[in-house]
Design a protein around this ligand. Structure first.
Ligand SMILES: CC(C)(COP(=O)(O)OP(=O)(O)OC[C@H]1O[C@@H](n2cnc3c(N)ncnc32)[C@H](O)[C@@H]1OP(=O)(O)O)[C@@H](O)C(=O)NCCC(=O)NCCS
Length: 164
C-alpha cells in the first residue's frame, strides 16, 4: 500500500503533463469529448486556458512512482468549488490514493458546496464521487458528442459543512 503522497498546487511541468496525457489515453472518452484535445499539444493549450481562467491544478506524487495524479478545482468566491478535471494513473486506481488526495484538499479549502460534472457514461466517476459523499443533482441531456454519439452530462454535488 502506498501511504505517503504529496499534493502540490502547481501547473504541471513537461513530464507531469506528458504522464497525465498518457493516463487519459487509457480511456479518453472518460475525460474528452469529440471537441476536446486530440494531441498533447492541444491538451497543453486546454490546460493553460484552464489555469488562466483561475482553475487551480493539483499534482499528486509519491516517492516511488513520481507523479500519479492530477486534478483541477475552480473556486468561485461564494463558497462554491467546482472540479475542472481529475485523472489518476491506472496503476494507482482502486488504491484509495485518489480519494485521500482529493479529500485532503477539499478539507483544507472548506467549501460550502462542491460540484463535479462528468459524462453520464463514466461509471467509475459515479462510484468515486458517491463514495466521497456526493449526491446526484442533475442531468443535462445530449450535452455533448463522444465518438459521434450524443452523451448526457451529469452533475453531482456535496455540501461538506452540512455533514459536520
Ligand atoms: C475517476 C478516478 C479518479 C477514480 O479513482 P479510483 O482510484 O479508481 O477510485 P475508486 O477506487 O473509488 O474506484 C472507482 C470505481 O472504478 C473501479 N476501478 C478502480 N480501478 C479500476 C481499474 N483499474 N479498471 C476499472 N475499474 C476500476 C472501482 O472498482 C470503482 O467502482 P466500484 O465502486 O463500482 O467498485 C479514476 O478512475 C480515473 O482517473 N479515471 C480516469 C479519468 C476519469 O474518469 N476522471 C473523472 C472525470 S470527472
Amino acid at each position: 500500500m502506498i501511504d505517503k503522497f504529496t499534493v502540490q498546487e502547481k501547473f504541471p511541468d513537461v513530464d507531469e503533463m506528458a504522464r497525465l496525457w498518457g493516463w487519459i489515453q487509457e480511456c479518453p472518452e472518460a475525460n474528452i469529448d469529440d471537441a476536446g484535445p486530440k494531441s498533447i499539444d492541444d491538451f497543453y493549450v486546454v490546460m493553460k486556458a484552464k489555469a488562466q481562467r483561475g482553475v487551480v491544478l493539483f499534482v499528486v506524487s509519491t516517492d516511488l512512482f513520481g507523479p500519479i495524479g492530477c486534478f483541477g478545482l475552480e473556486a468561485f468566491g461564494n463558497g462554491l468549488v467546482k472540479f475542472a478535471g481529475l485523472c489518476f494513473a491506472p496503476y494507482v486506481r482502486g488504491t484509495g490514493l485518489a480519494q485521500r488526495s482529493v479529500t485532503g484538499v477539499l478539507e483544507r479549502l472548506s467549501p460550502r458546496k462542491v460540484v463535479v460534472e462528468f459524462f453520464e457514461t463514466n461509471k467509475r466517476a459515479v462510484s468515486f464521487f458517491e463514495d466521497l459523499g456526493f449526491t446526484f443533482e442533475g442531468r443535462f441531456t445530449d450535452e455533448t458528442i463522444i465518438k459521434g454519439e450524443p452523451v448526457a452530462v451529469v452533475r453531482w454535488v456535496k455540501f461538506p459543512k452540512r455533514e459536520e
